[in-house]
Design a protein around this ligand. Structure first.
Ligand SMILES: [Zn+2]
Length: 186
């Protein structure tokens, strides 16, 4: 089952923005647009996207200002931010990495399709599938989630798994979802 990722595209250049809007939509993303950092912050708070793709130089608030504002808000602090640079300055790349930007693209050095696949990598790279032993609080979890006692799928009987997605790598924080790998693969 393919999840529809939500992406927020922040760029003051309408032409560049609409190019990416079309590409991400065609790849099945749910797309929101913003024209600068302030607008981006508003939209991020309203829609809580899975990823934010922002330019750097913009009126009112630039990409770095946006990253800083996102980090200060609990609701948005864990949303991965990816930056695209028109200038390709090394100092921007360094700064981006220092403030925790997850990927950095230089316009013209990478095709829009490659941008999409790098952003998709971001999701798969941080997803882990674990199988749970019956130790610890598993029996309580089984009861509270109304699962079968042997931790098997009610539909197909296969062993269930826990999918983890890292939300903050430094603090070892993640979100988890119990899934049936066999039913999900259908
Ligand atoms: Zn199943």
């Amino acid at each position: 089952m393919k999840k529809d990722y939500k992406i927020l595209i922040v760029d003051d250049d309408a032409e560049a923005r609409s190019l990416y809007v079309e590409i991400f939509k065609s790849e099945g993303f749910e797309v929101t647009e913003a024209v600068d950092g302030i607008d981006g912050m508003d939209k991020a708070t309203a829609s809580i996207p899975d990823v934010i793709f922002t330019g750097i130089i913009m009126p009112r608030m630039d990409g770095f200002g946006l990253k800083e504002a996102l980090a200060k808000n609990v609701a948005t602090s864990n949303i991965p931010v990816v930056m695209s640079s028109h200038m390709g300055r090394e100092e921007d790349r360094k700064k981006a990495m220092e403030v925790g930007v997850r990927d950095f693209f230089v316009v013209g050095m990478i095709t829009p399709r490659e941008v999409v696949s790098r952003i998709l990598d971001l999701f798969s790279a941080e997803k882990y599938r674990l199988y749970i032993s019956t130790k610890g609080d598993v029996s309580r979890l089984v009861r509270d989630l109304r699962l079968k006692g042997d931790f098997s799928c009610v539909v197909c009987g296969d062993e269930l798994a826990l999918d983890l997605k890292i939300t903050n790598i430094e603090k070892w924080e993640f979100t988890g979802k119990i899934i049936c790998p066999r039913c999900e693969a259908k």
